[in-house]
Design a binder for this molecule. Structure first.
Ligand SMILES: C[S@@+](CC[C@H](N)C(=O)[O-])C[C@H]1O[C@@H](n2cnc3c(N)ncnc32)[C@H](O)[C@@H]1O
Length: 251
């Protein structure tokens, strides 16, 4: 890519100016969807920034931006990261909760990540390969955690099946499983962060979160692509298990 001095990365600078977006030629055997994906990656400032700053993916900036606003990844916090591959959120959490004990005089936190896929090791994080929807998965994670959590965060997303209805049900199942787990392991005052569908968490889920947390916000951080329907629910101030727990257990 040729970059004009002073130009903004990946943006056309207006009328009559050269279009500085990287264009990818359609190579033999490359599908149009791959060409468009590659073009978007090459022109995405967050992708470039992740490479520069040593994060495993642009997703890292979503949790950074959410935490900058809601401040839940504090030194000493115990964090569970559901759907953590390739590891951007874990990298951010390790730094912010001081999981490596590098911030002298500050409490040392813990980061536990799980994913269907294998994840290359991340210093300061404990990572396990696991299908979180499989039988007994929550008990396994509780065992690995060995105590309560301050933050449960989920960026879990199933690979698209190409069928809208099926994809919708899968996303709902993943958020519900993450929320049920959060109700079980969070300390009072704890935080639950999860990727949800456009429009925020489903109505029932939203109501349940509102009963159990002091504040529930539906947020689209700047790093989340505007053409993606993803949003995040950030529920802070967990009130501890409530009388309507039986209902939560059925999530
Ligand atoms: C968008 S990626 C997560 C990116 C991650 N937050 C990061 O910063 O690198 C979604 C992940 O959810 C995982 N996932 C989907 N279904 C899952 C399940 N049932 N159990 C565990 N992980 C799951 C996928 O394997 C995928 O790695």
């Amino acid at each position: 890519m040729t970059k004009a001095p002073g130009s903004r990365e990946g943006k056309s600078s207006g009328r009559g100016a050269r279009d500085l977006r990287v264009r990818v030629k359609t190579a033999k055997g490359r599908k149009l969807s791959s060409k468009l994906w590659l073009e978007r990656q090459l022109n995405d400032p967050y992708v470039a920034r992740a490479r520069r700053e040593g994060f495993r993916g642009r997703a890292a900036y979503k949790i950074l931006e959410l935490d900058d606003k809601y401040r839940f990844l504090v030194p000493g916090a115990r964090v569970v990261d559901l759907g953590c591959a390739p590891g951007g959120w874990c990298q951010v959490a390790v730094q912010r909760v001081n999981a490596l004990g590098e911030k002298g005089g500050q409490a040392v936190g813990k980061v536990l990540g799980v994913d269907l896929q294998e994840v290359d090791p991340i210093a300061g994080a404990e990572i396990h390969q696991l299908d979180f929807l499989s039988e007994g998965a929550d008990d396994k994670v509780k065992d690995w955690l060995g105590g309560p959590a301050d933050v449960v965060m989920s960026d879990m997303a199933a690979a698209s099946s190409g069928h809208k209805g099926t994809d919708h049900l899968r996303i709902v199942a993943l958020v519900e499983a993450a929320a049920a787990f959060a109700f079980d392991v969070l300390e009072p005052g704890g935080t639950f962060v999860a990727k949800v569908l456009a429009g925020g968490a489903e109505t029932e889920m939203q109501a349940m979160l509102k009963r159990n947390f002091d504040k529930v916000a539906n947020v689209k951080p700047p790093a989340s692509r505007s053409d993606s329907s993803e949003k995040f629910v950030v529920a802070t101030g967990y009130r501890g298990r409530q009388p309507r727990d039986a209902e939560q257990d059925e999530l």
